[in-house]
Design a protein. Structure first.
Length: 242
């Protein structure tokens, strides 16, 4: 049985304002919840339609009332948002991502999943990047949010202090398939509509271009930022297979 106060709390967490105030975020589905628990995220409360020793039993109708999904997946949990205020610079041999104003929750969630797949353990986010604890972002990560360290910070300040190469995908960049790539560095991905912001472009030390092979025809103006991230990460990792 779930109370009205619990329902109100859960539904309020769709808003960043209330997630920040309560220090909680919502995760749904057996895999996402299990990955977060295994990674050491602290559960506040768990609601499940199946028997679980760690959960409050709810009916399918009750789960539907609290879920942010069109088709709820057995379990919904509230987790405490970890403290990620400390900003640490990348290690000497570390490859990281930086998101400069990426707005779409689906893109941010997919990029976290991509980072997890390619063994990138840290993503730096500008303050105007979509909140990673938005329910849509959490769901799009498919559990990868448990494996990737997300740090919100001032990207200009971070990149000014970085001693490693700073890569950025730009229209005036060099062909990624022909340019030398290091095993370490920070890869900056920009906003869906405007790309990398002018202040961040100044910090990019290596400009990359994913070439368009559909020459001479009408074609897409650009790649989706999550797709571009996948292409870029794949090429970096391909060059440095151990």
């Amino acid at each position: 049985m779930i109370s009205k106060n619990q329902i109100h709390l859960i539904r309020s967490l769709e808003s960043k304002k209330y997630r920040k105030r309560e220090g909680l975020f919502v995760a749904e589905g057996p895999k996402v919840v299990a990955d977060l628990l295994q990674a050491g995220f602290i559960p506040h409360s768990i609601f499940s339609t199946t028997a679980r020793a760690d959960a409050t039993a709810v009916t399918e109708d009750e789960l539907q009332r609290i879920s942010f999904l069109q088709h709820p997946q057995e379990v919904l949990a509230l987790f405490r948002i970890p403290d990620s205020t400390e900003v640490t610079l990348p290690g000497d041999n570390e490859l990281c991502l930086a998101l400069d104003g990426v707005q779409d929750p689906g893109n941010v969630g997919t990029i976290i999943r991509i980072a997890d797949w390619f063994g990138i353990s840290t993503i730096y986010c500008s303050e105007d990047t979509a909140d990673v604890y938005n329910p849509k972002v959490v769901q799009a990560t498919m559990g990868s949010i448990a494996h990737v360290h997300i740090i919100y910070c001032s990207l200009p300040e971070l990149l000014a202090q970085a001693t490693c190469p700073v890569y950025g995908t730009l229209l005036d960049g060099e062909n990624i398939y022909e340019k030398q790539l290091t095993a370490n560095g920070i890869i900056v991905m920009g906003n869906e509509g405007n790309g990398i912001s002018p202040v961040i472009r100044e910090k990019v030390t290596h400009r990359l271009l994913i070439p368009n092979y559909n020459t001479g025809n009408h074609t897409a103006e650009s790649l989706n930022v999550a797709i571009a991230t996948a292409v870029t990460c794949a090429e970096f990792r391909r060059r440095h297979i151990k």
